[in-house]
Design a binder for this molecule. Structure first.
Ligand SMILES: [Zn+2]
Length: 226
């Protein structure tokens, strides 16, 4: 397969997380399924400095070229892409509001119907584990069960999707929901949607189906959503 367009799309997605204020410095990482393996951003390089050849190809056995170093969070990228055949792209950021909620170790509750965009009636916060560990990968995978996004306690968030554009869109949505949650707490706390209403919304989202926004990765527009 031709990897080059995929390498360029990963870099463009990574740069877009910077432009949208979702990432700072070298804290985030992006991966995409590529054949039997995956492409992932390297460790310790600013997104602005990335060239296509800097992305690391990791094969199905978790091996990569000796002269390269994948992001320190490769464990959860690999685990998610290995365990979830409905997910082909993974984005991790330390965006401010998602991290603030994760510092409180709270799930984001159903305070807005867009919570359903992440696949359920809440966005779970995975229990704390040290960055870069298999333990963190294990916790993240559990928090993502049946979902496309989760928070990581005292750390940040993971958003995923069937392609890079959808994962980027969800990254921004999760950050917005976290921001809405934090702001609503300052007004006395959110009034939550009940389980019945969330079922209706989740059903509507299912019929709506995952929409690919692949053609619009760089445009700043969101893929369609209800
Ligand atoms: Zn991180």
């Amino acid at each position: 397969m031709n990897e080059q367009p995929l390498r360029e799309a990963v870099i463009e997605t990574a740069l877009e997380t910077n432009r949208r204020g979702l990432n700072q410095g070298t804290s985030g990482n992006v991966s995409v399924r590529c054949g039997e393996g995956l492409l992932i951003t390297p460790s310790g390089m600013a997104y602005e400095d990335l060239a296509p050849d800097d992305l690391v190809y990791m094969d199905a056995d978790g091996r990569w070229p000796a002269h390269q170093k994948p992001s320190s969070e490769w464990h959860f990228h690999r685990a998610i892409l290995r365990e979830r055949d409905d997910i082909h792209a993974v984005i991790h950021v330390h965006s401010v509001y998602a991290s603030v909620v994760a510092i409180q170790r709270h799930d984001i509750p159903p305070l807005h119907y867009m919570i359903a965009a992440a696949g359920g009636d809440s966005i779970r916060c995975a229990p704390y584990a040290t960055f870069g560990t298999e333990a963190l990968s294990h916790n993240a995978l559990a928090a993502l069960d049946g979902r496309y996004a989760c928070l990581l306690a005292n750390h940040g968030m993971i958003a995923t999707g069937p392609d890079l554009a959808r994962a980027l869109w969800l990254t921004e949505e999760v950050e917005l929901l976290a921001r809405q949650y934090v702001l609503s707490l300052s007004l006395g706390g959110p009034t939550l949607l009940d389980a019945e209403e969330m079922q209706r919304v989740l059903e509507a989202f299912r019929h709506y189906g995952p929409r690919s926004g692949a053609a619009r990765t760089a445009s700043g527009q969101r893929p369609d959503a209800p």
